[in-house]
Write a protein that binds this ligand. Structure first.
Ligand code: ISE
Length: 339
């Protein structure tokens, strides 16, 4: 790769995330250009590629990854397609930003880990973008100073206005709580040892049959508890909040009160309506960090190991939801490549 030229990126998946990332790379971040857009739907790929001069549309990820102007890959296809896309990227030894989830279960994540180890170097940054949110980053920095003492509890709230029509009860864990699984490990520096899922009465505002909300308890190997209220049909807004309770104090993020107005006997602000609004800066920083690291020939950020652990914890969570009780998380030993 010529480091003076912009990095040529193939964006795989022209859905909501892929479209947003194409806009971001084209208009917001620097040092890269969208060289290719891939989607199984030709028309969709062509329509998105047409927004960027010199960008080629493909339906076959392998064809895009062998194109001369492609230096790196951003995978934003649906989760079940990630494993195949990642393995093709490894064949061509291309750097990858893979949207979460790394893959849809622990067994396929393990296959990805094995393939990356065969390459002998890390190639993947996984899209756990909470780590790039300025508020979460400040919270992490504060915890790292040790001023608050040992973290004992982490309370998380994760609310979406409405779930998409294809959402199932297990997806509240595997698609949504996956973020808190990563945030818990990253903020506390602990591994998750066991998961319990409790089900309050389902909201009348949720589609019939969907267990929404759910209350998830993650036990860590450092003796901390991290609880997650996940409520994907709360109706009023997109809210992600976290409060860490430590031995000498607490710290919280996500109150979203950047602008508070007083008018006509009322005070208040607005609530974001979806993640692209709430986490816009986090996504921008995540992609810029990936582009910069890739241009330096480095791989930073959440790794395939983090993607595998999230998949294994979510699998335990889905079992806890379906069977009840406390389910222990079984992890393989961390390979040297990720230590
Ligand atoms: C979605 O896939 C996300 O990643 C969002 O951040 C999350 O809030 C939502 O619940 C998920 O479905």
């Amino acid at each position: 790769m010529n480091r003076r030229k912009p990095l040529g990126i193939a964006v795989i998946g022209a859905g909501r995330m892929g479209t947003d990332h194409v806009r971001r790379i084209h208009e917001v971040t620097s040092g890269a250009r969208v060289a290719a857009v891939v989607d199984v739907d030709t028309e969709r790929a062509k329509a998105l590629a047409a927004r960027v001069d010199g960008c080629t549309a493909y339906t076959d990820p392998a064809a895009a990854m062998t194109a001369a102007d492609v230096d790196a890959v951003l995978i934003a296809s649906p989760g079940p397609a990630h494993e195949a896309d990642l393995l093709i990227a490894f064949e061509h030894d291309l750097p990858v930003l893979c949207e979460k989830p790394l893959t849809s279960d622990a067994a396929s994540a393990l296959r990805v880990l094995e393939a990356e180890q065969r390459l002998g170097h890390r190639r993947v940054q996984v899209g756990f973008m909470r780590r790039f949110d300025p508020e979460y980053a400040k919270l992490k920095a504060l915890l790292t100073t040790g001023q608050l003492g040992r973290p004992l509890m982490l309370h998380n709230r994760h609310r979406n206005v409405a779930s998409p029509p294809f959402f199932t009860s297990s997806m509240l864990i595997s698609d949504s709580v996956a973020h808190e699984v990563d945030a818990t490990r990253w903020l506390l520096g602990h591994e998750i040892a066991a998961v319990t899922v409790l089900r309050p009465a389902a909201s009348a505002g949720a589609p019939k049959g969907l267990c929404d909300p759910q209350f998830v308890v993650l036990e860590t190997d450092g003796g901390a508890l991290s609880d997650v209220e996940i409520f994907v049909n709360c109706g009023f807004g997109y809210q992600v909040q976290a409060e860490v309770v430590c031995e000498r104090g607490t710290a919280r993020v996500g109150d979203g009160n950047a602008l508070v107005t007083n008018m006509a006997g009322r005070w208040g602000g607005t609530i974001a309506q979806d993640w692209s609004e709430r986490f816009e800066t986090a996504y921008d920083r995540e992609i810029q960090t990936w582009i910069d690291a890739t241009r330096r020939g480095e791989v930073t950020g959440p790794s395939s190991w983090d993607g595998y652990v999230a998949a294994a914890v979510c699998e335990a969570g889905v079992r806890a939801l379906e069977e009840g009780g406390r389910v222990e998380v079984a992890l393989m030993e961390k390979p040297a490549l990720y230590r």
